[in-house]
Design a protein around this ligand. Structure first.
Ligand SMILES: NC(=O)c1ccc[n+]([C@@H]2O[C@H](COP(=O)([O-])OP(=O)(O)OC[C@H]3O[C@@H](n4cnc5c(N)ncnc54)[C@H](OP(=O)(O)O)[C@@H]3O)[C@@H](O)[C@H]2O)c1
Length: 256
């Protein structure tokens, strides 16, 4: 830009990625007028996944949960089956594509045998599928490993095999913070954490969630495994505008 003798450069927000930062000040030194902060808040909103990842040194974490009206994510035993309707489920798959990576624990793979693909019109690259399987108990024959695109296991580092993501663990417990730091180092800026309850609880307890996408059915389950926000150890939240998707309510919250 300085070689091209550009008269004025307008910057919405500065790039926190050390590889790219500093350019605006170099241009100023070259005598070019640089206005920084124009439409700053809108730019922060549009780029929040990338900006959060590079500011915190870990992937941005979006938590997606579907619950019954009485707060359950799954029955006490066995697969939950669909809790919400088709529109909410389609939105959930779109979020997979938007984040570029989807994460579940081993329990969800065993109980639901999901594909975890986006299956959204126009999406060519399927999201990376990340499965927390600390003791490497899954056989590798499950559907999640047979779909187009990549599926990777996060495994205790001493049990990792080629192709796995080794993560430090204590008594088989992986700290989500370690996992999402490794993920950013591997080029993953955003992760959609889809559960189930044990995985969700680990991310909440660790304070490693930036956004919540919460789909609530109007139906009661009566009993089961809860989505329990009292596990949250981080700071306050701010609601975004809620929406109705068919019969389901779609609640959205971001860290304030
Ligand atoms: N409503 C929803 O939004 C939703 C979403 C997904 C799943 N579900 C339901 O949830 C149920 C499964 O529940 P779940 O709690 O067993 O599923 P899960 O959270 O997907 O899997 C739990 C297992 O994943 C591993 N794991 C997860 N986080 C870990 C961590 N931080 N450190 C170490 N290991 C970790 C552990 O494997 P090991 O046991 O090998 O140690 C753990 O037992 C199913 O009924 C499914 O349908 C509901």
């Amino acid at each position: 830009l300085s070689n091209a003798q550009v008269g004025r450069v307008v910057v919405a927000c500065l790039d926190p990625n050390p590889v790219a930062s500093g350019g605006a000040f170099e241009l100023r030194e070259a005598g070019i007028r640089v206005d920084i902060g124009v439409l700053h808040d809108q730019a922060e909103e549009v780029n929040r996944v990338f900006l959060t990842a590079h500011r915190t040194g870990r992937s941005f974490v979006c938590l997606k949960v579907a619950t019954s009206l009485d707060g359950f994510m799954a029955p006490l035993k066995g697969p939950s089956g669909p809790i919400t309707g088709a529109m909410a489920r389609r939105e959930g798959r779109r979020l997979r594509a938007e984040m570029g990576c989807v994460l579940v624990g081993r329990g969800t793979v065993v109980e639901d045998d999901p594909r975890l693909t986006a299956r959204v019109k126009g999406v060519v690259n399927e999201p990376l599928r990340l499965i927390v399987d600390p003791f490497r108990r899954l056989s590798g024959q499950e559907r999640v490993f047979q779909q187009p695109g990549r599926a990777v296991r996060a495994v205790c580092q001493e049990l990792a095999q080629p192709g796995d993501w080794p993560v430090p663990a204590e008594d088989g417990q992986i700290r989500p913070t370690h996992l999402v730091r490794n993920a950013l180092a591997s080029g993953v800026t955003g992760i959609l954490v889809e559960g189930g309850p044990r995985t969700v609880s680990a991310f909440l307890r660790d304070g490693t969630v930036d956004q919540i996408e919460w789909f609530v059915s109007p139906d009661r389950l009566g009993s089961g495994r809860r989505f329990d926000l009292s596990d949250w150890s981080g700071g306050p939240w701010r609601w975004k505008r809620p929406r109705l998707l068919g019969r389901d309510l779609w609640l959205r919250a971001v860290r304030s």
